[in-house]
Design a binder for this molecule. Sequence first.
Ligand code: GUN
Ligand code: ZN
Length: 448
Amino acid sequence: MSSPQSQSDQSLLTAIRGSFLDFVDDPFYVAEEDSARYVPDGLLVLEAGKIKAFGDYAELQGKYRDVPTTAYAERLIMPGFIDTHIHYPQTEMIAAYGEQLLEWLDQYVFPTEGKFQDKAYAEKVAEVFLDQLLSNGTTTALVFAAVFPQSVEAFFEAAERRNLCMIAGKVMMDRNAPDYLCDTAESSYQETKDLIQRWHKKGRLRYAVTPRFAITSTDEQLQKAGELLKEFPDVYMHTHISENVNEVAWVKELFPTCKGYLDVYDQAGLVKERCVFAHGVHLTDGEFQRLSEAGSAIAFCPTSNLFLGSGLFKIEQAKSADYPVKVGLGTDVGGGTSFSILQTANEAYKVAQLRQQKLSPFKALFLATLGGARALCLEETLGNFEIGKDADFIVLDPRSTPLMAFRNAPATPATLSALADRIFSLMMMGDDRAVQSTYILGKLIYER
Ligand code: GUN
Ligand code: ZN
């Protein structure tokens, strides 16, 4: 321990002391006490942006006594939240009145996305968007850009400057949208390929092939998307599915020979691992089974599904033991009404209530962290405090408003059941005000 080598190693360490909560398993399938890991007085030791050690302060303090340590009293430290579906160009038109999906796209979304042809404009919005994610405790997201390649460039450049782990892609859409937003099957293939070659796996960035949805892509374009997944087997695929009943009916008309909505994507080779489908409100039993077999994931977007009147996602079916599907939470801004994953969990709970189901705070916060990491195939590096993972984490304040402070006593919960009550109130009442600090690769990059 006292060799010169280990002394110089220790000089590179920093540490965080406080109460920690993360997940080591999935509470939909394993008892909550075995899946949630609560350390009321813990120490997280960081080295070069990664987790070097994690455990009880009493056990680790001897070994790391001289390491500079930041202590957070009366706070809860968690892995950074993961947003598995969001649109950065829609930041400015969040909360647009009065329409459901197809009319809302025509009236609000398409005109807004047209502005992203201008790279300087895209750069400005990318900064606002990333500021919003970080101030809401979201450290990783799967992101729709716009149809213009420069909108992806602007986003990745901004994410790279902040050392963020982000997945994004250029929208592919070659029909049923205004001309100024349409590419072609061939141009979308070429532009996507160029962007993959430039950005996929550049540092912490990853590329997602991003056909908007079956309505705005010809079969030829979907086939091209499938070709890209074959050529680049470790890129992602990101799209929408079965969000709205009129959308589902139109897909049936557009693809009369397909067995159903998912089959449209399946026939193009777009249903496999690393494929993430947003919404899935109206999926059939057979479609849930197929997603399970394929290892694909669903982004559950409750604020959006309520705001656009799309319907109630069947979380208990997606997380069934027989046909388990990977699920993460998605804000779906600007169809969603908040950047906050806490507020998204709040609405997820209410969606479950309307279906006579219970979404416990542990289940919801699993979806927000390790569940999201698994949905995005990022669990090797993100999602909890396992040693060796990237040190992206957040400091939450369960007493961040006068009412929350009145409801929650200052004392640190001693047991998992006391913690359950506190984190449930945090997810129902908390928002960006509850996010005190956000750390990326062990560095404080946002403080309220
Ligand atoms: N389906 C196709 N495009 C979109 C979009 O931008 N937002 C949502 N919520 N659904 C979509
Ligand atoms: Zn969306």
